[in-house]
Design a protein around this ligand. Structure first.
Ligand SMILES: *[C@@H]1O[C@H](CO)[C@@H](O)[C@H](O)[C@H]1NC(C)=O
Ligand SMILES: *[C@@H]1O[C@H](CO)[C@@H](O)[C@H](O)[C@H]1NC(C)=O
Length: 208
C-alpha cells in the first residue's frame, strides 16, 4: 500500500514537472533554426516580453502601394511551434496585393476598414472573390493563389492570420519577372510577348 502510494506520488510529481517544462517553447532566436522551428529558450530566461509583440503598426508602402507589417516568429519568440502568425495590412486607395501563394499556411483576412476585393483561385481554376468591408472575415485555403484590390474611396485595412509561425510567400510577378529566368523561356511558357516581359523585368528588377 505504502509502496503504491509512493509510486503514485513519484509519477505525479514527474508528470507535473514534465508538463510545466512543456507549457511553451519560446524561441531561442540565437539558436539554429530547423524545419520544426527554433530551439526553446531556457524557461529561466523567458520573460513576459517574449509573449508580447509591440511593433504591430502600419508599415511603409511598397511598390504595389500596400504595407505589410509581419508578426512572425523571427520577431515574436512566443510563436515558436504555435502554428500561428499575424500581419497588419493597409492598402492605399487604388493599390493592390498581387497574386501570391503561401504553400504552408491558410490565411484569414479580418477586414478592419475600407472596401477590399479579395479572392482566391482553386486548383481547378474556379475563382472565389468577395468585396470585404469592416466586420468581414475571409478564409484563403492553404497553398492557393490569391489577390486583393482596394476598390474603395480611401485606404483599406485589415489584420491577417496565418496558420504557420513563419509562412512562406511566393509572389507570381516576382517569380516570373524578378529573377534571371530567360525572357524567351518566360514568353514560351506564359504566351506573353517578349517586349512586355522585358518591361515587367525592368519593373521587378529581373534580368535575362
Ligand atoms: C540565459 O541568458 C543568459 C544571459 O543572456 C545566457 O548567458 C545563458 O546562456 C542563457 N541560458 C540558457 C540556458 O539559455
Ligand atoms: C502607387 O501610388 C502612386 C501615387 O498615387 C502611383 O503613382 C503609382 O502608380 C501607384 N503604383 C501602383 C503599382 O499602383
Amino acid at each position: 500500500m505504502t509502496l503504491i502510494f509512493f509510486l503514485f506520488a513519484f509519477l505525479f510529481s514527474t508528470t507535473i514537472s514534465h508538463v510545466s517544462a512543456r507549457d511553451f517553447c519560446v524561441a531561442d532566436l540565437k539558436g539554429r533554426e530547423t524545419s520544426v522551428g527554433y530551439p526553446c529558450k531556457s524557461p529561466n530566461n523567458v520573460t513576459v516580453d517574449d509573449f508580447v509583440f509591440s511593433n504591430f503598426k502600419v508599415g511603409t508602402l511598397n511598390q504595389f502601394n500596400f504595407s505589410f507589417t509581419p508578426a512572425f516568429v523571427d520577431h515574436f519568440p512566443a510563436l515558436n511551434g504555435v502554428g500561428l502568425s499575424f500581419g497588419r495590412v493597409e492598402v492605399k486607395k487604388g493599390g493592390a496585393v498581387p497574386m501570391h501563394t503561401h504553400a504552408d499556411a491558410t490565411e484569414v483576412i479580418i477586414s478592419t476598414g475600407g472596401k477590399y476585393t479579395a479572392g482566391f483561385i482553386t486548383s481547378d481554376n474556379r475563382v472565389y472573390t468577395k468585396t470585404l468591408t469592416e466586420g468581414n472575415i475571409f478564409v484563403i485555403p492553404k497553398g492557393l493563389l490569391h489577390f486583393g484590390v482596394n476598390v474603395g474611396k480611401g485606404k483599406a485595412s485589415g489584420i491577417v492570420v496565418f496558420t504557420s509561425e513563419k509562412p512562406s510567400v511566393q509572389i507570381l510577378d516576382i517569380a516570373l519577372f524578378g529573377n534571371n529566368l530567360d525572357s524567351g523561356i518566360v514568353g514560351k511558357t506564359t504566351f506573353l510577348d517578349v517586349a512586355q516581359i522585358k518591361k515587367l523585368k525592368a519593373l521587378f528588377k529581373g534580368s535575362g
